[in-house]
Design a protein around this ligand. Structure first.
Ligand code: ATR
Length: 275
């Protein structure tokens, strides 16, 4: 922690959401500021008034905010500018305060792409996203933008079809996933998340050797889906990667500096998996 250095020049950052006390943002970003010798601190703000929170950000000169559930869409009207990617996804998870002008960005999408790009280029690949919520939308949008061949599989056909048509993707039923050729499979549903760690959103027969399988769940570190995938000879991408990279992209937007991703990952992993 960098509390010893707090003084009249310390810059303030934070996360706004409700609930927000579970957020790992403070741990991750304070470690990053400290590592880079930046005189800044990052706090969690639990608020039931997003408009008021944005006004407070302006009047107090808070330099940057993460935005989380339930405000990723509802915050947008209160900002001065929205980055085109965030505008098209319809969600903002990052606000940058540049001398009083507030701009909204979406680093959930760029973070997911970075995590995948560590193992594969998505261009031209057959990608299946499991789920049709906000995370599926952000990831699906950036995959399409990078010329992936995108399919969406979802339990509710109505929701799945709505997202597929808005992303210009193909809808398939969950039962059909085992019948399609897949290069990259991404789970954005909550199936397998702690404490329900014994569940997988798809059965083993979906998973083929050489397939890339990514889960955005990072607790547990290795979900049941990823265990099954590894056993079947797939390459797995753990959810912690996307989580750290969305934070790293925020750090870059706020400070103009490359984030110390190794340090960020280490503190989050120590907290989540070694306690
Ligand atoms: P987020 O915005 O965080 O992505 P969300 O909007 O709550 O989350 O979406 C959760 C996704 O997980 C949905 O696609 C949901 O499927 P439905 O649209 O059919 O509800 C999916 N999901 C949640 N629990 C599931 C389960 N037990 N089996 C299959 N899909 C599930």
């Amino acid at each position: 922690m960098n509390f010893k250095k707090l003084d009249q020049y310390t810059e303030l950052y934070g996360v706004v959401g409700n609930p927000v006390r579970h957020s790992l943002g403070p741990l991750m970003h304070n470690a990053a500021f400290s590592q880079k010798g930046i005189n800044a601190v990052y706090l969690a703000f639990e608020s039931d008034d997003i408009e008021g929170a944005v006004k407070g950000m302006r009047s107090l000169g808070i330099k940057g905010m993460s935005v989380t559930i339930p405000y990723k869409s509802s915050v947008m009207p209160f900002l001065d500018e929205i980055d085109p990617l965030a505008r098209e996804i319809g969600a903002v998870n990052t606000i940058v305060n540049n001398n009083g002008k507030l701009t909204g960005y979406n680093t959930d999408a760029t973070g997911a792409l970075r995590a995948l790009s560590d193992v594969i280029q998505v261009n031209g690949k057959r990608c299946v996203i499991l789920g049709a919520g906000g995370a599926a939308r952000a990831i699906g949008y950036i995959l399409k933008k990078n010329n992936a061949n995108l399919m969406i599989a979802n339990r509710s056909a109505e929701r799945g079809k709505a997202l597929s048509s808005s992303l210009n993707a193909t809808f398939i039923k969950l039962e059909e996933v085992k019948d399609v050729e897949i290069d990259i499979l991404i789970n954005t549903t909550s199936v397998g998340m702690s404490p329900n760690i014994e569940f997988s959103p798809v059965s083993e027969d979906v998973l083929k050797p050489g397939m890339i399988v990514m889960d955005i769940i990072y607790n547990p570190k290795t979900t049941r889906l990823l265990h099954l995938a590894a056993d079947r000879g797939c390459r797995v991408v753990e959810g912690i990667g996307m989580f750290i990279y969305q934070g790293a992209d925020q750090f870059r937007l706020w400070t103009g500096k490359d984030a110390p991703v190794d340090v960020m990952k280490k503190v989050v992993e120590e907290y989540l998996y070694k306690s």
